[in-house]
Ligand binder design. Structure first.
Ligand code: TXE
Length: 495
């Protein structure tokens, strides 16, 4: 097999001079610096993007304030209609967006099509449906009447204002869609700051949003590094930040938000997610589960499994079977539809994984499979299986965010629960067993924002998602996001 042919629209988009997208149009950047966008599959520079300057930050915020006024006064039904139209346009431009996404992130083309575009459109339609269903409450005040007067009260859910959406590189398109959909369906405007590694699809989606009927300023896109994000959060004209990314950056974002002006913050961070197999799970089913939990998109998923706990009686055959399966994966170009395992997303990330492998070796962890980088300019990392010596090994405590599954055997359920919970993080976990009664008894004892049973990683727009402990603040999806993107106004009436 070989690479698919790039669409003419993709090559034409890459050849453009990329600026910033403010008030419904692309503007040539006034910034003196730009950033190269590199294809991680082959190390080639595919485009340059603007590293937005303070004047562009100011311009985007002032446009978003106007956009907020216009958009928050449209009817809920009109807002829903625009978002439904945008979902249609994502699908109509599926191949172009998927190819751009694969070129910028190294994601397998099939995953770009299925998740970054089709799933993103599905999430967008789910959020669009909420525009017409945001409600307050009526309340009967409880105070006694002093002189026969009566009271009535109700609450309103009002859009919070101008949102700053800061997007990571792992699902650059889909996560941006979650953020813009949450903001726009509640009546907020949003400025999206994509990762400097993966900015291209958002610049294209901004055009599609205008085509869908979004008024100027409701969505702006500013490209650049972390300082652009920081400047937006601290700007007097922004009201909320919705951040997805690493724990250290998330803490810095939270501090900047609180320190500046109590800017509201939703933080969806990473973690060190546990995957626990009870002894009754068949080896082949466990291998499927490990691949689903730890190796989808090379493990570059915030909810991916990283700590794998297997009963001591089952671990040897399981590691043998897993190594055999990983050895059969076809590693190669993400634009080749036959490839099953592509590169990681960028050079710094590949280097970080190399350093973690060196630490694992130095600590005496056993590398059962992989543990090396690929040759050549691409950011390839072998799928890796590690057997730790103890729960305190670095590979069992530090997020790899890569194609690395680290295992530790356990002897009984009490020990298993202790191991699962002995982490400062709590984004997700999964429990694998044929004994549903046992699972139901363990569920309340596991500390995680999302707990899957006999599955891992699948996100659904109707099911709230977010972390406990150091994995974040706030929830996306379901109705939970409404609390984060609106303010609650109480109204009391005397009559
Ligand atoms: O993420 P960052 P990076 C992990 C993964 C990876 C590591 C670093 O382990 O190796 O993080 O990746 C913007 N104020 N995850 O550096 O720093 C930045 O420009 C405001 C896990 O890419 O978290 C980008 O748009 N914004 C993760 C976004 O924050 C700032 C997904 C994310 O960058 C900023 C990605 C600042 N001070 C990486 N500094 C997950 N859990 O989903 C940076 N940014």
């Amino acid at each position: 097999m070989s690479d698919i042919t790039l669409l003419p629209a993709v090559t034409a988009f890459l050849a453009r001079e990329h600026g910033v997208f403010i008030h419904g149009q692309h503007l040539a950047s006034q910034s003196s610096s730009n950033i190269a966008v590199v294809n991680p599959a082959n190390g080639q520079t595919i485009a340059h993007i603007a590293d937005a300057n303070q004047a562009e930050v100011d311009h985007a915020v002032s446009s978003s304030r106007q956009g907020f006024t216009a958009w928050s006064h449209t009817s809920p039904a009109a807002r829903a209609a625009v978002l439904f139209k945008l979902a249609d346009l994502l699908e109509a431009n599926r191949e172009e967006l998927a190819q751009l996404e694969t070129l910028q992130s190294g994601k397998l083309i099939g995953i770009s099509r299925a998740f970054e575009v089709e799933q993103a459109a599905h999430f967008l339609r789910y959020y669009a449906g909420w525009a017409t269903k945001i409600t307050g409450q009526t309340i009967t005040p409880s105070l006694p009447s002093f002189a026969g007067e009566r009271y009535s009260a109700f609450t309103l859910r009002e859009p919070i204002g101008v949102v700053v959406g800061i997007v990571p590189w792992n699902f650059a398109t889909m996560i941006a869609i979650w953020k813009l959909a949450s903001a726009l369906t509640t009546g907020c405007s949003i400025i999206l700051k994509p990762s400097e590694f993966t900015p291209l699809t958002l610049l294209r989606i901004a055009e599609l949003a205008t085509e869908a009927g979004l008024p100027a300023g409701a969505l702006n896109v500013l490209t650049g590094g972390g300082l652009v994000g920081k400047a937006l959060i601290e700007h007097a004209g922004t009201d909320k930040v919705s951040f997805t990314g690493s724990v250290p950056t998330g803490i810095a974002v939270g501090q900047a938000a609180m320190g500046a002006k109590l800017t509201r913050a939703t933080l969806e961070l990473g973690g060190k997610n546990a995957v626990a197999f009870l002894p009754d799970v068949a080896t082949d089913k466990a291998v499927d589960g490990i691949i689903e939990a730890g190796f989808l998109h090379s493990g570059q998923i915030c909810a991916a499994g990283e700590r794998f706990y297997v009963h001591r009686s089952r671990i040897d055959p399981l590691l043998d079977a897993l190594s055999q399966r990983l050895g059969q994966l076809k590693i190669g170009s993400p634009l080749d539809e036959a490839t099953q395992f592509g590169p990681v997303a960028n050079k710094p990330h590949q280097q970080k994984l190399a350093e973690l492998f060196a630490i694992a070796r130095a600590e005496g962890s056993q590398i059962i499979h992989g543990g090396t980088l690929g040759d050549g300019p691409g950011c390839f990392v072998e799928p890796t299986v590690i057997l730790a010596r103890s729960a305190s090994d670095t590979l069992l405590t530090q997020e790899t965010f890569g194609p690395v599954a680290t295992f530790l055997p356990y002897d009984d359920e009490d020990e298993l629960l202790h191991l699962i919970n002995a982490s400062p993080y709590g984004l997700s976990a999964s429990l694998w067993t044929n004994d549903l009664g046992k699972a139901m008894r363990m569920i309340p004892q596991i500390q995680a924002g999302t707990l899957w049973v006999n599955m891992h990683t699948l996100l659904d727009p109707a099911v709230p998602f977010g972390g406990i402990k150091a994995s974040g603040i706030g929830r996306e999806f379901g109705s939970a996001f409404i609390d984060d993107f609106t303010e609650l106004k109480s109204v009391m009436i005397r009559y």
